[in-house]
Design a protein around this ligand. Sequence first.
Ligand SMILES: [Ca+2]
Length: 564
Amino acid sequence: MGYGRGRHHYFFCPKPDDFEFLLESDIEFVEATAELPAYWKFAGTLFPEIKFELWLPAEKQWNKRFYMAGCGGFCGGVDTSFPVGQFTKNIKWGIVRGYASATTDSGHDNGGKGRTYAEWARNNRRGEVDWGYRAVHEVARVCKALICLFYNRPPKYSYFAGCSFGGRQAIMQALRYPEDFDGVISGAPALEYTGLVATWMSWIAQAVDGVTFNAEDIAAVQQAVLDQCDGIDGVEDGLISDPRRCPQIDFGGTGLSGDQLAALEQIYRKAENSLGAVLYEGVMPYGSEIYWPIWVPNVATTPEAPGIGLIGPFNENFLRDMAFQTDDPAFTANDFDFDAHPALLEFMGKIYNALSTDLTKFYKLGKKMIIYHGWADSIVPPTRTIAYYEAVVAAMGGLGKTQKFARLFLVPGMDHCSTAQAFTFIGFDNFDALGALEYWVEKGIAPDEILASGKDLIGDARSRPLYPYPLFAQYRGGDPYDPDSFGPADDGTVRWPRFRKDTFYAFEINGLRDNPVSEGELLRHFYPYDFDLGPGLRYDWRVWSPSMLFDTDYPGFNGTFDVE
Ligand SMILES: [Ca+2]
């Protein structure tokens, strides 16, 4: 349609037929506010009913990039209502940085009935496919074309960030349409959507069917978990750095009833069939109890108020109108049979699930992926994401190769997609995954550490480094609210030094130095997983800093470790 002249080359904006599916459009100017810059708001509908908004900053404020935010749950509205500070699935996270920023309703309108509403999907395979994977691709394609027409040049880089269902959208894009984005951020991804929302949520809903936990009960559950596991990570701070290290928690001293104890026993166990076969790899994490009133049915928020229990409507509405090849409006959560029904989820799973581990095309195109997941997520279990990531590692040639394009960060105390920020929270819910991704995509510098911050229950600020899985932040002594009191560890016995960007510039294992670095290039720091380490071997490692002048015997900066 038009073309522009770049500094060094000509490029072409889209032709008219790129817009043949654009049914409706409207553009209006939105004045600047205290929180947001001014922008042009483009609202459009793509065939047949995919609604989206694209917010376009003034040309001088545009950072030459495109950002798209995913949607959550069953979506169904162009949701631009998240507060500026919440980063997990928020169009505003892009516009405040100067991005041309978009989001979509994913192809259906829930009529204001919320993200758990699913009747739109009744006998509506087209709507389910658009929601499953088509809408993001179509909106991204058209937004890039619109950006080109608006600014007379295409975006230099394109990014996608989503959480929960939107985290699944991020990995679905990487699998199905790897050309669309240069980098994707996948938060708390609901990857195995059918196994999660049908099987696992039925497991949780049936566990608490007829059983309630009042505010005192749930506080006792939380306290028992903290008493028996908080200190295992080295610091009693109300946070469990890795719930997999907890022993099986004994709730005998809580004063709960037999029914309540039986419910807990099932909640903290993997969903299984009558033969004991595991049906879903995720499990409710210890340390998530503080957020259960939002997610788990029949858990009270306060002595007076009932909880929200979103697992209940997500589960039941999904079973009725989305989970099976044929919808059944009479289906209830208690009808889910762990022997008969899981196999019947496969048909729709092919549309919804982002479980392929073949990210070859994404990798070969040079794209990057940051995955994060809160360790206190009680609606999308973080261990399911770990299982997926480990499957990717196995399929893509090992951890070292995988970390060249995809890194996973687990966040202590973080609720599902920071939802609890609106209520109460204890986790490190603020961190700049988009900045880290930009740096990785545009400068080639992988995120070896992301600084995260949050508040404790009484509102005191604290921060902590996040490290790419399987590394985690281990307490090293000192003020536990100070990030410098933590350093990377992998199994709790190997104590890696904390390689600060401003301090070290070379890392070596068994005499093999990572990429040669010049003295002027002091930015990079190195982690063991830049090397492909094999099990059963012993490694000598050392690091250098400029001030050490290659004094390799400097104490504390070299050592030996074994990979089990
Ligand atoms: Ca702790």
